[in-house]
Design a protein around this ligand. Structure first.
Ligand SMILES: [Zn+2]
Length: 216
């Protein structure tokens, strides 16, 4: 892996303060645990030099520009507590700037996520997963994707995501792969459940193709 998952590339203005207990983390937490069990989010000595991978986030309320995201380097934990989440107070993908609050700093790629939210107010949830299966079948599955020359968490990535939305390729599929970021996949939806299903559905389609190749 060329870029390290844990490296924070953007300009981060972080306040080390607990996030308000008014935010319910139950939904995001349950789906994150499922993603960890499916190896879509996690940390493993066999993958990416043991650096935590993937993250999950949710808008705090419909139409709000603020969201809750799992903190950086929490991949080794199957279940998270409120101190492992972070509130994105303000995201400015074009300026490469982010303001956050929490006892944990936000995961890398927060700007890529922010550019997903900026495209459509109906998007309430985003999961950034690492799936070798889906990623490798990008072409076979005809998945929308950002190209191999675009590194994750950069201003270029934020712009590429915007282009992908404008191209109309994401009207049928709420998932795209990041070919410049090994195994990187982003799914989004109107809620956590819809987003997670989109991811799991494509995992099943990718595994189906793998099995067809093996059995041929
Ligand atoms: Zn990643």
């Amino acid at each position: 892996m060329k870029q390290q998952e844990g490296v924070i590339k953007y300009q981060l203005n972080h306040t080390q303060q607990p996030i308000s207990s008014q935010y319910s983390l139950t939904d995001i937490n349950a789906w994150r645990t499922i993603a960890v069990r499916l190896d879509l989010i996690g940390q493993s000595p066999e993958r990416y030099d043991n650096i935590g991978f993937g993250n999950i986030r949710q808008r705090i309320a419909p139409h709000s520009a603020q969201f809750i995201i799992s903190g950086t380097q929490t991949g080794h934990l199957e279940q998270l507590s409120p101190e492992h989440y972070c509130l994105i107070v303000k995201a400015e993908p074009q300026q490469n700037r982010l303001q956050s609050r929490g006892l944990c700093k936000p995961s890398s790629e927060s700007l890529t996520h922010a550019s997903v939210y900026a495209q459509n107010q109906a998007i309430q949830a985003v999961i950034h997963a690492h799936s070798p299966e889906i990623w490798k079948q990008t072409i076979a599955l005809g998945l929308p994707h950002t190209t191999a020359d675009i590194a994750y968490g950069t201003v270029e990535m934020a712009a590429a995501v915007e282009q992908l939305f404008q191209s109309g390729k994401l009207t049928q599929t709420s998932l795209f792969t990041l070919l410049g970021h090994e195994d990187g996949v982003i799914a989004f939806g109107r809620n956590m459940e819809e987003t997670a299903w989109e991811l799991i559905k494509h995992l099943s389609l990718a595994i189906r193709i793998e099995l067809q190749c093996v059995n041929r």
